[in-house]
Design a protein around this ligand. Structure first.
Ligand SMILES: C[S@@+](CC[C@H](N)C(=O)[O-])C[C@H]1O[C@@H](n2cnc3c(N)ncnc32)[C@H](O)[C@@H]1O
Length: 242
């Protein structure tokens, strides 16, 4: 379906979650290695956010130690950004969401290897977590190289939409930020125009360098590496919750 298709399993077999209107590709790719399967079975349950119980009023109580900030990454893919940020920011609590089983297995192994105790996970649609969270509980939402849905007739499937910006607006604290990176021009413009039209968000950029320069401490991601190999540049947008 996209420039990313060779990295993802067959994206023509989209799964549509009717409850949330989310679209994503198949949830499984190559068979998991034995150790990955074991990680999912033995480790994931301890990291998984329990959406069957009401969310705690204080979301930082998801973690055994004190955390000062809360950050959510939607669609972490290979997980390299999430694990990097979690290790460099031990006093931030992270919620990572990724429906693709192989990616989840990889990240769970990394969490174990690096001893990151500040990550909680959800292995399905991010809108389920957004709807579970209490109001004004997150300092940051990262949406990095979301599925681009480049064909015009599929743009409505993009994660950035009025209804999902409403979700972001509800769960972000005042002054919290929504960070969006993409190498797909039409998606960058789409996000700029949707955030401009949403009363809760303001774009923080003051000049071109602000959105052409990667975020501070940016470790890059697998999809960004692919974009570079194929000659595409990226935009790094930051919107502040008013
Ligand atoms: C193009 S990949 C980018 C992965 C990673 N952020 C990177 O930069 O390498 C988009 C990811 O978003 C995930 N995704 C798509 N829809 C999602 C949804 N509704 N909730 C959570 N993740 C989603 C996909 O499974 C996929 O791994």
């Amino acid at each position: 379906m996209s420039a990313f298709a060779c990295e993802r399993p067959n994206m023509t077999e989209q799964h549509r979650n009717r409850a949330t209107e989310a679209f994503f590709g198949r949830r499984k790719g190559k068979p998991l290695r034995t150790q990955q399967a074991a990680h999912l079975e033995t480790l994931l349950p301890a990291f998984r956010v329990d959406l069957t119980s009401p969310a705690p009023d204080d979301i930082t109580s998801l973690f055994a130690h004190d955390v000062e900030r809360m950050r959510m990454e939607i669609g972490f893919g290979g997980g390299e950004h999430l694990i990097h940020r979690a290790v460099e920011n031990p006093s931030t609590g992270f919620i990572g969401v990724e429906p693709f089983v192989n990616s989840m297995a990889k990240l769970v192994g990394q969490i174990e290897a690096k001893g990151a105790v500040n990550i909680r996970l959800h292995d399905d649609d991010a809108t389920q977590v957004l709807d579970w969270l209490p109001d004004a509980c997150l300092d940051q939402i990262d949406l990095l190289y979301p599925d681009p849905w480049p064909k015009r007739r599929h743009w409505k499937r993009r994660f950035v939409s009025p209804v999902n910006l409403d979700r972001f607006a509800r769960v972000l604290k005042s002054g919290g930020v929504f960070c969006f990176a993409s190498d797909i021009d039409t998606y960058v413009n789409w996000t700029l125009s949707h955030c401009r039209d949403h009363a809760a968000f303001e774009w923080t950029a003051e000049n071109a360098a602000d959105w052409l320069t990667p975020y501070a401490g940016w470790p890059s991601t697998r999809y960004e590496a692919k974009a570079r190999r194929e000659g595409r540049k990226s935009a790094y947008l930051t919107f502040r919750r008013i």
